[in-house]
Structures are given as C-alpha cells and as structure tokens.
Design a protein around this ligand. Structure first.
Ligand SMILES: [Zn+2]
Length: 328
C-alpha cells in the first residue's frame, strides 16, 4: 500500500521527455532541506577521507566513513531481521522521509548514511524478500531511466543487503564505482561468449571473479542473465539464488550488467576479536573498488594485499565462471 504523504513525486517508467535523474536531484534537495538526518549524512561526506591502495593489476579506493558502521556492522541473521521493524517499509520511514514513486510499486529514497553525495535506496513498496529474478526487467528499465547520471546496483540477500527481507536496489552516480571505468578498458576485457546480441566478458587480472554482460537489446540481456544464473545454480547444485553483487547501467543505448560472483558474505577477519578484527563487509560498492572502512584503525592499516586477500576470500573461484559459461 502506498502512503500518499510519502510520495514526493511520481515517475512512469520509460516516459520520454522527462528526466528521472532531474527528479532524483530535486528529491535530494528537498530531503536535505526537510530532513536533518539526510542533511547531516550528506554533509558528513565532506570530512570523509579516502586513500588509494594498489594490488596486482588494479587499485581500490578506501573510504573512511564512520557513519557506515550501521550497514557494515548490520546483523543480517534471520532472528535479528525478524526482531527489528523493517526500515524499508513505508510505515516505518522517518516522518520527514519521502520518495519518488516509480511506476506503482517502487520508491526511490535518499540514503541517509550515504557513500556518495547522491546515493539512493530503491525499495519495493511491498515487503518481499531480496531476490533478483522477478525484477531483472525492472532493473534494466530503471537503469535506462536513470542514465546517464546514475548506475543501479543490487546486493544478494546473503552478500551485502542489509535488508535481506525487503527487496531493494540502490543507485550511485555513474562511474563512481571503479569497476564501471575498469570494465571499459579494452585490454582488460576478455570475451567469453557471444549469444545472439548479448556479449559476455570477464576482466583480466582483476583479482575478483567478475563478468560483464552487454547488449542493445534489454529483453535478450534479461534472458541471458537468467540463463547465466540457472547455469550457475546447476554448477553449485542449488535452486537458491547464487551469491552476487550486480551493477546495471545504460550508455548510448547499450545496457551493461557487471556481475561479481560471490561465495562468502564477510571475510574471516570480520569475525576476529580486538585488534585482529577488520570491519570490512564487502557489498557491490566495495567489491566494485570503493572499499568502505568505518573504523579508523582499519582505514590506516589496510594494504592492497589485505584487500586482494579479502576479495579472493569472498569471491567464487575463477574456475566456476568457466564451468558456468560451458553450461550456458
Ligand atoms: Zn519491509
């Protein structure tokens, strides 16, 4: 059910001549004026420190962002989730929070603990579990409506979503997540498969198990993603959604999905005690190259090698990607 007072504005998917990015910016302005938590969250980004660390063939940007402790430290086990009021359900939103109603069933909201100056959380109106399959077409349509300003992303329920019980995407400024730029570097790209109008690439020497699906045809791209996910499930012998982080965007009429294949939510170091503990909980933004460290000690001490080790630990083996492609 849609609560009328929560609706800042409406946008019909695919409306020509109307800019969804403009509407998102207008929402952000209104929320910064009317909602102190949002204003403070965005203002706090001015004090956020960043530092680049290099690994073999790639680099990552560390972001020291204490406000992200809420998300990085979030308990996502079923008991903790069941015991809290859902923060994405409309009736539980802060009084000042409003959003853009996209079609009839999705809201675009400002993230009050942002990683980027423009950072949106995009939940379904209804409280339904995080799973990508029913929303692949919605994701691509929305990526087109948000282009060229924003990129949409998705975290699987067991690898980064802090509300695994309530379906949501997020959006960040286009190219703010390093992998979006790296995926365009020709010498990195290795073609694994060409299927009709869809091409499937991986990125060489990238330290993460990743693939990039591209097409001008959003229908064919959606069906290729489903084929890929089914083949992955077959390889893992499961019908559950494989663990993934996705980014979806559209540039010059080409739709692009970047998919990180995961096997683990949090690295072992996350669960260590005291000084040994490393509060890094990789989701799409982190694995995409902008690694959020809410704890200062971690921000100062982490090296490229540490990040490389964490990525290797939480990503699927590269051999799994080969097996998936063979089965498609
Ligand atoms: Zn909910």
């Amino acid at each position: 059910m849609i609560i009328a007072e929560k609706v800042f504005s409406r946008f019909e998917p695919g409306t020509p001549g109307r800019s969804l990015p403009d509407l998102c910016r207008a929402l952000l302005l209104q929320q910064q004026q009317a909602w102190p938590m949002c204003r403070e969250g965005i203002a706090s980004l001015a004090a956020v420190e960043t530092r680049e660390v290099a690994a073999a063939g790639w680099s990552a940007l560390l972001q020291f962002n204490p406000r992200r402790i809420v998300s990085t430290g979030a308990k996502v086990d079923a008991a903790s989730i069941g015991a809290r009021p859902c923060f994405l359900c409309q009736q539980n939103l802060p009084a000042e929070q409003k959003g853009i109603l996209y079609g009839n069933d999705i809201m675009i909201l400002c993230n009050p603990a942002p990683i980027f100056h423009q950072h949106f959380t995009i939940p379904l109106v209804e409280h339904r579990p995080q799973e990508i399959d029913p929303y692949i077409e919605t994701m691509l349509g929305m990526a087109r409506d948000l282009a060229p300003a924003f990129t949409l992303f998705y975290n699987g329920p067991k690898c980064g979503a802090s509300a695994p019980d309530h379906f949501h995407f997020q959006a960040a400024p286009a190219n703010a997540i390093s992998v979006e730029r790296d995926a365009g570097v020709v010498k990195r790209r290795k073609l694994l498969r060409q299927d009709g109008h869809v091409s499937l690439w991986t990125l060489d020497l990238y330290g993460r198990t990743v693939c990039v699906l591209e097409s001008r045809d959003d229908g064919e791209l959606a069906s290729s993603l489903r084929t890929f996910l089914r083949a992955w499930g077959d390889v893992l012998r499961t019908t559950e959604e494989p663990m993934m982080n996705l980014l979806a965007s559209a540039h010059d009429d080409v739709f692009q999905i970047i998919l990180f294949l995961r096997r683990k939510h949090r690295p072992d170091a996350y669960f260590r005690e005291g000084e040994e503990r490393l509060l890094i909980s990789p989701a799409a933004v982190d694995i995409g190259g902008v690694v959020v460290t809410p704890v200062e000690k971690d921000f100062r001490s982490v090296t490229g090698e540490t990040i490389e080790g964490i990525f290797r630990e939480v990503c699927e083996e590269p051999s799994i990607l080969r097996k998936i492609v063979e089965r498609m």
